[in-house]
Write a protein that binds this ligand. Structure first.
Ligand SMILES: Nc1ncnc2c1ncn2[C@@H]1O[C@H](COP(=O)(O)OP(=O)(O)OP(=O)(O)O)[C@@H](O)[C@H]1O
Ligand SMILES: [Mg+2]
Length: 261
């Protein structure tokens, strides 16, 4: 089943108490459609993670809507069968992988789990997929038999990617997925993600501080600051002809403006 839209409409979200509220998202709109590769950039605290968590139903807006194929994500999550369908279609790779793996399970157990529960594969079938994923991510085969505390942050990050892609989702939302990796491994992961979405007409939402990585992988870019979207457009347009001075500043810090084809 193909999806049509994963949409955030006029989302506002604040944290803290009513007297000391902090607005993390201040009226944000985003529409994710098949084949879209949306890069979200912006300084620390600009609301990128809050927005990406909202897309996958891990956070809800105070006002505004998040919907998947015209139906509120909240409603998809309220019924077990729909929840499985939503999780199969939309996968999330979190910014912090330390807390996203069960410390008592091996990485293989954790990566295999969604293939068992969401796809109904047998353990043997799931294990074959785990092995393929592990190899394509440049990890040693036996590393999957370790626990999450016994690999490096960058290695754990790659297991988080494997756990998300193993169910072949139609939408991949990833938050700072290459930030913990060295440049050569970044290249492997960026190519793998890009090939994954291009090959399936899947959608990608790629949140990152790293402008070069984001520009490489995205077709469209969104620039956030203070919980708002300052600027958006095709990656080419934003990189070559940024309209907002803040975006121009971000780009010149990387010496990217005018530097890419
Ligand atoms: N659970 C929370 N409780 C309180 N405040 C929060 C929470 N989550 C986010 N915030 C606040 O909301 C704002 C946006 O945070 P968010 O994590 O979305 O930013 P970000 O753009 O992902 O930043 P970074 O680049 O550092 O990951 C920040 O000011 C942050 O402190
Ligand atoms: Mg973040």
């Amino acid at each position: 089943m193909g999806f049509e839209h994963l949409t955030v409409t006029n989302a506002r979200r604040s944290f803290g108490t009513r007297r000391r509220a902090h607005l993390a998202l201040d009226g944000v709109d985003l529409d994710v459609t098949p084949g879209a590769r949306i890069g979200i950039v912006g300084e620390s605290g600009s609301g990128k993670s809050t927005l990406s968590r909202m897309l996958v139903g891990l956070d809800t807006p105070d006002t505004g809507d998040v919907s998947f194929d015209g139906r509120p994500v909240r409603s998809w999550l309220s019924d077990r069968r729909d929840l499985l369908e939503f999780r199969r279609a939309v996968q999330y790779i979190p910014q912090d992988t330390t807390s996203s793996f069960d410390p008592r399970r091996t990485l293989r157990d954790s990566v295999r789990m969604p293939a068992l529960t969401l796809l109904g594969l047998t353990t043997r079938e799931a294990d074959e997929r785990v092995d393929e994923m592990v190899a394509s991510l440049g990890l040693a085969p036996d590393m999957a038999d370790r626990r999450p505390g016994h690999v490096s942050g960058g290695q754990r990050q790659r297991f988080a990617i494997a756990r998300a892609l193993i169910v072949e989702p139609q939408v991949v939302v990833c938050d700072e997925v290459v930030s913990a990796l060295d440049v050569s491994v970044q290249g492997v992961i960026l190519n793998l993600l890009k090939e994954y979405v291009l090959g399936r007409q899947a959608a990608l939402v790629f949140v990152s501080h790293g402008l070069p990585a984001t520009a490489f992988i995205s077709s469209d870019m969104v620039v956030m600051r203070g919980g708002r979207i300052l600027e958006r457009g095709t990656t080419h347009r934003v990189v070559e002809h940024a309209e907002d001075p803040y975006t121009q500043g971000l780009l010149s810090a990387y010496a990217l403006a005018g530097g890419t084809a």
